[in-house]
Design a protein around this ligand. Structure first.
Ligand code: SF4
Ligand code: SF4
Length: 390
């Protein structure tokens, strides 16, 4: 049981102007924990940004370079020995960070690239969903991790917050194996909670200055939220974001299971907000799916019901440039999305009988050309219950 008060620093930051960001991140760290309580001189610290893919900062897909640089400079000044890394959906850490604008800070501040290519099998006794993980070696070679998530929507787990950010600690194609084994979003969330407990970041600094709403985590629309959030408690931080965007934290499975696992709290009475007033960041119009997740099981009636209840990925042909990235990332064998004729000539097509609804194709599409469509029966049910449709 979580039995103490968690502090979440909420700090206003109106732009990515570097000095403004650095002041805000420094203030957030002081409010949440205090740099002297966080870093021991000479300690190895791994910075784990959200580096989904090498998209430029204005697309709001990745942790912004100003936030990355600010955190790095503050930590170096406190005596930390930094490395950084992630496992992007396409390419490696360096190529993605060059395109995402982080690499200048890496060079200027001489931050080492952590080994996110070598997989290491780890046994985790306390795991509920998973007791065995494949982790990037660089994650194990550090003393502490500081996680730098981005505030974004996510088709599979509602939104990409603190807990989800650590999925990048699983190297490369191994991520697809987890989707195959755990096609249900609830099971997947339990695995993410286990993973987070295993790698256990010491602090979370969320970039919410410009967030992403709608068709995230790559194809959505930037939304200015003007906020940086800092906490040691990933559940309290994610729940605070939920309050801002009008999403019931109980609907986010990583929050629910993280709280059950004792990783943190989402109860308002157990969260101490420090810094600026949360009322200044409330955004009820934030475009996110507020309906409950539907179960996805592999067998029996639920499997039959899946195609009638669970949203399906659907290609917007006008937007598709036939790059084939959705096909290459699809983890099923045979592929659940594939060419219908010659490669790279026409938009691919989905086979919904094979599709496990992991939404990796929607996540990776560089054109935002894959959207989630609710099956007709679910729309009718939602309307009859008066739920908000997206
Ligand atoms: S990733 Fe997107 S743009 Fe590329 S082929 Fe698939 S749907 Fe089309
Ligand atoms: S088609 Fe898309 S949602 Fe379906 S299994 Fe493949 S990547 Fe996942």
């Amino acid at each position: 049981m979580h039995d103490k008060i968690s502090t979440v620093a909420v700090v206003k930051c109106g732009s990515y102007d570097y000095n403004m960001v650095k002041n805000s991140v420094a203030r957030g760290i002081e409010l949440a924990v205090g740099i002297d309580n966080l870093i021991i001189k000479g300690q190895k610290v791994l910075l784990k940004p959200n580096l989904l893919v090498g998209d430029p900062p204005e697309k709001c897909v990745n942790t912004h370079p100003s936030v990355f640089r600010a955190a790095a400079e503050i930590l170096i000044s406190a005596g930390a020995v930094l490395s950084y890394g992630d496992s992007p959906a396409v390419g490696g850490t360096e190529s993605a960070s060059r395109k995402a604008g982080l690499f200048q800070a890496v060079q200027d501040l001489k931050i080492a690239e952590a080994d996110f290519k070598t997989p290491v099998e780890v046994y985790f006794e306390k795991g509920v969903q998973n007791k065995k993980f494949t982790i990037a070696k660089g994650v194990l070679d550090t003393d502490i991790i500081i996680s730098l998530p981005k505030l974004k929507t996510h088709a599979f787990e509602k939104f990409t917050g603190c807990v989800k950010n650590q999925f990048g600690c699983v190297p490369g194609v191994r991520k697809g194996e987890y989707h195959i084994k755990l096609p249900d979003a609830e099971d997947f969330a339990r695995m993410l909670v286990d993973l987070n407990l295993l790698v256990n970041p010491a602090l979370y600094i969320m970039d919410g200055i410009w967030a992403m709403e709608g068709n995230g985590p790559r194809g959505g629309i930037p939304r200015k939220m003007n906020v940086i959030l800092v906490s040691r408690d990933p559940i309290a931080l994610d729940a605070t974001v939920c309050r801002m965007i009008g999403l019931d934290p109980g609907l986010v499975p990583t929050i629910r299971y993280g709280s059950e696992a004792g990783m943190g709290t989402f109860l308002e009475e157990e969260i101490k907000l420090a810094g600026d007033k949360i009322e200044d960041f409330i955004c009820p119009e934030f475009d996110i799916d507020r309906s409950p997740l539907k179960p996805f099981r592999k067998s029996g009636f639920i499997n039959f019901a899946r195609n009638r209840l669970v949203p399906r990925p659907s290609i917007i042909e006008k937007k598709c440039v036939s790059c084939g990235l959705c096909i290459s990332i699809c983890p099923t064998a045979p592929k659940s999305v594939n060419w219908r004729g010659k490669e790279n000539e026409n938009p691919p097509v989905h086979d919904y009988k094979k599709c496990i609804r992991c939404y990796c194709c929607q996540e990776i599409c560089p054109e935002g050309a894959i959207e989630l469509k609710k099956p007709l029966i679910r729309k009718i049910l939602s309307i009859s219950k008066g739920l908000r449709m997206v």
